[in-house]
Design a protein around this ligand. Structure first.
Ligand code: NIG
Ligand code: FE
Length: 410
């Protein structure tokens, strides 16, 4: 199967030489080709260039992209898309003035979602989750990470991860699974966090590994949840199972989790709404990707990750949705890219780099997706007719996605 996109007004994120990620000043550069063609063969990008050099070949499908742009699909490196039920009533509590922490103390929050999930069958959970996956794919997501963490018992954590595994089997986009048993301390362990840590380390981790259910390990490192020391213990315990960390840190407080993440070779440290100078220092010249989740800041009304400051300090940055029922009930990457520009003062070039190649890196997928590079998956967005790519973040709350291709298939 050969697909030829021709007359592309502008082909975005063209990387002739493969790269891992972009940081600092390089983030301001988004390489493009105007008036371009792109050839897809057997689901992979096989050739691209200026229209005047377009090879005369027989294609099974020709897509005339006149007036439209083509870019790699969004890479959403942080989601909790597998969950049961919703938390609209907490949303109203929040409008009335309760904070995220106050809602959690009232028995809401993560424990509320866990209670619902524990009482939901695996099939039901799969069906609820697949609807969300299809929705985000329709608006341009072509690679995604999904976490457990609403189970909080051995059985329910495994149930969540098995649902992610089924999504991997039934959908053809790259999906990465992260084990987040340490998302909250369940009420049964309220006065015995040590007991829950032991459950994670002695029972959950070996079972997750035995069934090959996770690619990464995560911990919610935050006061009232898991300390830096707890985090380090879990990351240590996960290491022999080959689970690289991607951790929740600095959402409400800077505790030193960023440094601990870097020391444990974390692939990413995510949230980062509260960043001290030491946190920025700890990330310099490392292989750990900082990930901002502006949808969460928007929804909870908490500070935005100081992305501008971090990029100016030479760091890379990735953007993700954090799609979950409590702090970011939207998986729309187009909105995230807009908010990053509007609220975090990223330029469109920086935001698009953050949501494609850097997001791919934050999932270990930089050799498969995230740029227009020969040999990568033809996971592509064809936009509606637009004047310039600035229009993508500019038209917030809308999206400019006309068609989405995964492995070259719509
Ligand atoms: O990334 N902060 C921790 N976990 C999620 C929210 C979970 C929830 O409230 O259900 C997050 O924001
Ligand atoms: Fe999260």
């Amino acid at each position: 199967m050969r697909i030829l996109f021709k007359n592309i007004k502008e082909l975005l994120q063209v990387r002739e030489e493969p790269i891992d990620f972009v940081s600092g000043k390089a983030m301001a550069h988004l390489p493009t080709i105007k008036n371009a063609y792109l050839l897809v063969e057997k689901g992979l990008i096989s050739d691209f260039g200026k229209m005047e050099n377009c090879p005369k070949i027989e294609a099974d499908e020709v897509v005339d992209a006149a007036g439209k742009m083509v870019l790699p699909t969004w890479c959403d490196s942080h989601t909790h898309l597998v969950y049961a039920g919703n938390r609209e009533s907490e949303f109203v509590d929040k409008i009335k003035g309760l904070s995220y922490q106050e809602i959690a103390e009232k028995g809401g929050g993560i424990l509320n979602s866990a209670k619902i999930l524990q009482n939901t069958s695996e099939d039901d959970l799969y069906n609820q989750s697949k609807t969300r996956l299809e929705e985000v794919m329709a608006v341009g997501t072509g690679a995604i990470e999904i976490k457990s963490g609403y189970g909080l018992t051995v059985e329910a954590e495994l149930k969540m991860l098995r649902v992610i595994k089924r999504l991997k089997e039934n959908y053809n986009l790259p999906i990465k699974a992260t084990f987040l048993g340490a998302h909250a301390v369940p009420s049964e362990y309220k006065d015995n966090k040590e007991g829950y840590l032991r459950l994670i380390i002695d029972e959950m981790l070996p079972k997750v590994s035995e069934e090959h259910l996770a690619d990464f390990v995560d911990v919610f490192c935050e006061s009232g949840y898991f300390s830096v020391e707890d985090t380090q213990r879990i990351l240590e315990a996960a290491k022999p199972f080959g689970l690289r960390p991607k951790i929740h840190v600095n959402q409400f407080t800077s505790l030193g989790g960023v440094k601990a993440g870097v020391e444990h070779n974390a692939l990413s440290v995510d949230h980062l709404e509260e960043m001290e100078p030491d946190d920025i220092e700890a990330l310099k010249n490392t292989k750990t990707m900082p990930v901002a989740l502006p949808g969460c800041s928007f929804f909870l009304g908490i500070p935005y990750t100081p992305g501008r400051k971090m990029i100016d300090a030479g760091l890379p940055l990735a953007l993700a949705t954090d799609y979950n029922p409590g702090s970011s009930p939207s998986g729309n990457m187009n909105f995230v890219v807009s908010v990053a520009c509007i609220k975090m003062k990223l330029t469109p070039e920086e935001a698009i780099n953050a949501a494609t190649i850097n997001g791919a890196y934050a999932m270990g997928l930089q050799n498969e997706v995230g740029s227009i590079t020969v040999g990568k998956k033809a996971n592509l967005i064809l936009t509606k007719p637009i004047n310039s790519y600035y229009f993508i973040p500019y038209s917030f709350g809308e999206h400019q996605v006309e068609r989405v291709f995964i492995n070259g298939n719509q």
